[in-house]
Design a protein around this ligand. Structure first.
Ligand code: MRU
Length: 360
């Protein structure tokens, strides 16, 4: 078995003393120049950290949201003694946290778990805060276990000696640890060290170039960086054997929102007969929506497109549009790798069955 050196834990609740905990996270905006942890101490700081992508990746921002509720709770406990007032204010701030990145459903999923706890708990303020922290830590621990299970399932469909293309970063940095798409790659590499990865650069924020290559180089998994426009070229040459990417939100028919550019990769994969897989936990499946048309796509700042590292790369005044995600139609997806196995079309059926299994 290959031993992974990186063992990155991207986000972790850290209790300093009673009623004084912080969220410790890797500042992903600094990678690859710096690799350092920052401490997020207030709810507003957490909102800003998610918005500015100090923490990013659907499962990681879910955990960040759960931590954010704990941080607000600690703050409110200093001035509010009435339990009902405390709960009302906390739920209001929880909704505010959900609003900060609209596409990745894991944020809403994790924060709503905290809201459910606030609603169902009969404890006093101090005890309720302890319960919220306990639940946040449980979600953290489960995330890594789920990713490893997903990795084991996914590794089974990786051909021997495969070259795997991935887009954006769905690795340890995008989760608490191990990763979803990169989790599949890690598990496959542990069994077969002859596999290799092609990583799309992923404009505009370059999560592929900055984060995916960083993680894979750290784990000594062979990786080649390509720009986003190159995938069809390499597929035509027969140099890509499969694609695996993460997801930000999956509709019940299998339509999948992921980083902008994923749809293009999926079309090219279909054309070239390359199997295209999604790796995502069930928490990324939004059972309230039937198709990808219902997924709200986050629009981000124009500066992400016009500038690189603070430097303009185009003429001032040019019109810009910057959707952060696109939706890959389910017909292009060979399988959705989850912690309950690999789901295959018809996704309406296989997704419903996976939830039945999970709820048993
Ligand atoms: O904007 P980002 O960097 O948060 O987008 C991340 C992605 O699109 C990932 O592929 C997705 O969240 C899955 S992460 C396991």
């Amino acid at each position: 078995m290959v031993e992974f050196k990186s063992n990155i834990k991207s986000i972790e609740w850290t209790q300093k003393e009673e009623m004084n905990g912080v969220s410790k996270m890797i500042d992903q905006t600094l990678i690859p120049y710096e690799y350092k942890y920052v401490e997020i101490k207030t709810g507003q700081e957490m909102f800003d950290a998610i918005k500015t992508m100090i923490v990013r990746g659907a499962p990681a921002i879910g955990i960040a949201g759960a931590h954010g509720v704990c941080l607000y709770a600690q703050e409110f406990a200093k001035t509010i003694q009435n339990l009902d007032e405390f709960k009302t204010k906390l739920k209001e701030r929880a909704e505010y946290l959900i609003s900060c990145r609209p596409t990745a459903v894991n944020l809403r999923w994790a924060v709503e778990k905290q809201i459910e706890l606030i609603n169902s708990s009969n404890s006093n303020i101090k005890e309720l805060i302890k319960e919220l922290i306990k639940q946040a830590i449980k979600l953290e621990d489960e995330d890594i276990k789920i990713n490893k299970r997903m990795g084991d399932y996914g590794a089974e469909v990786v051909p021997k000696g495969a070259t795997i293309l991935t887009h954006c970063n769905a690795g340890a940095l995008a989760t608490v640890g191990y990763g979803t798409a990169l989790g599949v790659i890690r598990s496959a590499f542990a069994k077969d060290p002859t596999i290799q990865v092609f990583a799309d650069e992923t404009r505009p924020r370059q999560q592929g170039a900055r984060l995916t290559t960083f993680e894979l180089v750290m784990d000594k998994i062979p990786v080649t960086l390509i720009t986003d426009g190159m995938c069809s070229y390499f597929m035509k040459k027969g140099m890509i054997d499969m694609v695996v990417v993460g997801a930000d939100r999956i509709a019940t028919n299998g339509d999948t929102a992921n980083k902008i550019g994923t749809y293009t990769v999926a079309i090219s994969a279909k054309y070239h007969n390359v199997p295209f897989y999604i790796a995502a936990p069930l928490s990324t499946i939004d059972t309230s929506i039937k198709t990808g048309d219902e997924i709200k796509i986050e629009e981000r700042s124009h500066e992400e497109v016009t500038h690189i590292n603070g430097k303009a790369i185009c003429t001032e005044g040019v019109k810009v549009i910057n959707p952060a995600f696109d939706v890959t139609p389910h017909e292009l997806i060979a399988g959705i790798i989850t912690e309950y196995g690999i789901l295959r079309p018809d996704y309406n059926k296989s997704i419903a069955e996976a939830f039945e299994k999970a709820n048993k």
